[in-house]
Design a protein around this ligand. Structure first.
Ligand code: FAD
Length: 403
């Protein structure tokens, strides 16, 4: 039996950032163990070489530049000189035209007829007329964008990503959408330029070589003997926090999907029911060798005739690369005829009852000296910079409390 002060489950960005922060704050690495089921660390942020160039197997991954503490940590392993800085070019493919994202800030790029259709749509939307925001997802989308934009773009795109009835989704997370006022939309159409707040990743970093996965691979390598890859967890003894009868910890940090816990141990009925009710979306990544004639880094595809919902044009962000890859909800995918990687856990789904269920699971976990964190520990649709930021905060608080 090997004993540790802390065992961290999962070596994605969250687990790796937590392990390094604990070390930075004075916890000896000999008291920390990271256990990861895959043979490569990095979670959804891993990359592979496909057709001679890096491909991000969890989907298109770009590093937002907003958080200095996050950049400081990542630059220790992959210095700033190894990253390229890009100004985001993301397009929406709609009515046989390509316009910049977000749609409401860029209607001016459409032909006149479509501009009029979509301006009318927003002018008649509930949020512009001052009616109260509805509770259900589909009604909220109509309230926010009006009928035309909802039917042409927002609802088909969301049906494609989630492959479920939109009304099972909550609206509590929609504040994350770029918020462009009707007045800003009018300005943009009259003046022929975008108006309003920029979406996330307005400016982003992407490695010059190796793909987004490289920084996480190096972070894992630096943990030396304090990380074990390719571990198949089979059992967890709740009374002693012992894993596979081999590794025991005072405290466990879990960044793995809660569903895994159902196979490891017997949980109280209420906790098991809450975990069973959590939903996730799987995403297939398919590589296509053709290099597209476009400046876009990525293109959103709301057309429901197409299997995928997004194209990632790696030739525009990974130097020397050709081709592109697509992202499709696994449930919509047909059999692949080229390179494919399936991510069964890609998006946590924001169902209406999710916040209450997650907070009950986390409360119970706390009583067992287990902390849920990261994308799957909190079932929250966060980007990797936020996953790292949260893990740094958790590491600092843990080191202070146990000093
Ligand atoms: C399509 C897509 C696009 C994205 N684009 C961006 C982007 O542009 N920029 C950005 O910053 N973020 C992006 N993200 C989000 C980013 O992937 C996540 O924020 C980040 O990966 C979260 O890190 P994590 O460590 O919490 O979770 P994960 O990366 O999911 O890591 C969890 C780890 O737990 C491991 N694990 C699972 N089960 C077990 C088990 N039973 N035993 C042991 N280990 C286990 C997994 O193998 C994995 O290594 C995107 C995500 C998706 C799906």
């Amino acid at each position: 039996m090997q004993t540790f002060r802390y065992i961290i489950l999962g070596a994605g960005p969250s687990g790796l950032a937590l392990a390094h922060t604990l070390r930075d704050r004075g916890v000896p690495l000999s008291e920390v163990l990271v256990l990861e089921k895959e043979i490569t660390a990095g979670g959804l942020c891993r990359s592979e070489i496909v057709d001679g160039a890096p491909l991000d197997i969890g989907g298109g991954h770009f590093l937002d530049v907003k958080h200095k503490d996050v950049l400081d940590l990542l630059f220790r392993f992959m210095p700033e000189s190894e990253w390229n800085r890009h100004e985001r070019v993301s397009k929406i493919h709609l009515r046989a035209q390509m316009v910049d994202h977000p749609l409401e800030a860029n209607l001016w790029q459409f032909n006149t007829e479509t501009q009029v259709d979509y301006l009318e749509s927003i002018a008649q939307a509930g949020c512009v007329r001052g009616t109260a925001a509805p509770e259900s997802f589909a009604a909220w989308i109509r309230w926010k964008f009006g009928e035309r934009i909802a039917d042409d773009y927002m609802l088909p795109y969301n049906r494609k990503i989630w492959s479920m009835d939109p009304d099972l989704l909550g609206t509590y997370w929609l504040h994350k959408l770029p918020n462009v006022s009707f007045r800003e939309t009018l300005h943009s159409c009259i003046e022929g330029k975008p108006y309003g707040s920029l979406p996330a990743h307005g400016v982003f970093l992407y490695p010059k070589e190796h793909g987004y996965g490289e920084v996480w691979r190096r972070m894992a390598e630096a943990l030396v003997d304090s990380i074990q890859l390719g571990v198949d967890i089979q059992s967890f003894d709740l009374a002693t926090r012992t894993i596979n009868g081999t590794w025991q910890a005072d405290h466990v940090f879990s960044s793995v999907p809660w569903h895994a816990w159902l196979n490891w141990t017997t949980l109280p009925d209420a906790v098991r029911d809450d975990i069973n009710a959590l939903c996730n979306v799987g995403i297939d990544i398919d590589y296509i060798p053709e290099t597209l004639d476009s400046q876009a880094h990525w293109i959103y595809e709301p057309d429901e005739e197409l299997q995928h919902h997004r194209k990632l044009l790696r030739s525009n962000f990974s130097p020397g690369a050709r081709g592109y890859w697509t992202e499709s909800n696994h449930q919509r995918s047909q059999a692949a005829d080229g390179w494919r990687h399936t991510n069964p856990y890609a998006y946590p789904v924001n169902t209406i009852d999710k916040p209450a269920r997650v907070s009950r699971i986390l409360e119970w976990a706390t009583t067992q000296n287990i902390t849920g964190f990261g994308r799957w520990g909190t079932w929250d649709h966060m980007n990797s910079d936020i996953a790292v930021k949260n893990a740094i905060a958790l590491g600092i608080a843990t080191a202070v409390n146990t000093r």
